[in-house]
Ligand binder design. Structure first.
Ligand code: COA
Length: 218
């Protein structure tokens, strides 16, 4: 069975990252009704299906990039994936959705994608720790903090392969720029003078973000 590639978050990620191959979608249809799985087994079952969906997403990314012969894209001990030589990639999962992106490093040196759900944990009171530099203009505080959170998670994923170094929220300052309607653009100022471009969109209860850098790894 294929992932639901008509999911709005996948279409959105394609708009945010036109220069990359993008894949994934929802695996909701792969799941039986919750009543058919014992409560104690649900979390493990969900993890297994999510891993299968992630493998399907990775296979599609490899096909789109013409790298069908590539062996499995395993995980390094620090959590990163072993992307093919000369390619930058990133994955994100939330609920029953998995998204991935892949691009040659001659186009994008490093990239990060992130997906969040609106209407979940109320983050407004965490603005001082997540986004002390300010929120995207015109957003209600809850949505603004979630946007900043999502963007900084994707910046984390783009920054880490360049410097092999983890970021805290306060290591990253987002300078928001006007974007097309419903799109949010920012430049993320990070340690060691990295400037990472980040784009995001709120769509049907989801926030999708993509961060890209054109600076080479040290
Ligand atoms: C690594 C982290 C950013 C992942 O985000 P998340 O919302 O928990 O989970 P997501 O599903 O969106 O992303 C998971 C993917 O991130 C990728 N990832 C994990 N560690 C990574 C790293 N060090 N560098 C780049 N990508 C990484 C993996 O591909 C993983 O998917 P996989 O396990 O299937 O391979 C997060 O768990 C984390 O450690 N955050 C702490 C640091 C932080 O939040 N700093 C503030 C932001 S500046």
């Amino acid at each position: 069975m294929d992932l639901n590639s008509g999911h709005p978050t996948l279409t959105t990620l394609r708009h945010l990252l036109p220069e990359a191959a993008v894949a994934g979608g929802s695996f909701e249809a792969w799941l039986p009704p919750p009543s058919q799985i014992a409560r104690k087994d649900r979390a493990r079952f969900m993890r297994t299906v999510r891993d299968e969906a992630t493998s399907a997403c990775l296979r599609t990314l490899m096909q789109l990039a013409g790298l069908e012969d590539q062996r499995d894209i395993g995980r390094a001990p620090d959590g990163q994936r072993y992307w093919p030589l000369d390619y930058a990639g990133s994955l994100t999962h939330k609920g029953t959705v998995v998204l991935g992106a892949l691009a040659p490093v001659r186009t994008i040196s490093s990239l990060g994608v992130d997906l969040e759900r609106t209407g979940g944990r109320e983050l407004t009171s965490m603005q001082a720790s997540i986004a002390p530099e300010g929120l995207p203009p015109g957003t209600p505080p809850g949505e603004g903090v979630l946007l900043a959170f999502c963007c900084k998670e994707s910046v984390f994923k783009a920054f880490y392969p360049l410097e092999r170094s983890q970021l805290e929220f306060q290591d990253v300052q987002l300078s928001w720029e006007p974007g097309p309607e419903n799109f949010f653009n920012a430049i993320a100022s990070c340690p060691r003078d990295h400037r990472i471009k980040v784009r995001a969109k709120v769509i049907e209860g989801w926030v999708v973000s993509a961060a890209t850098s054109n600076r080479r790894a040290v």
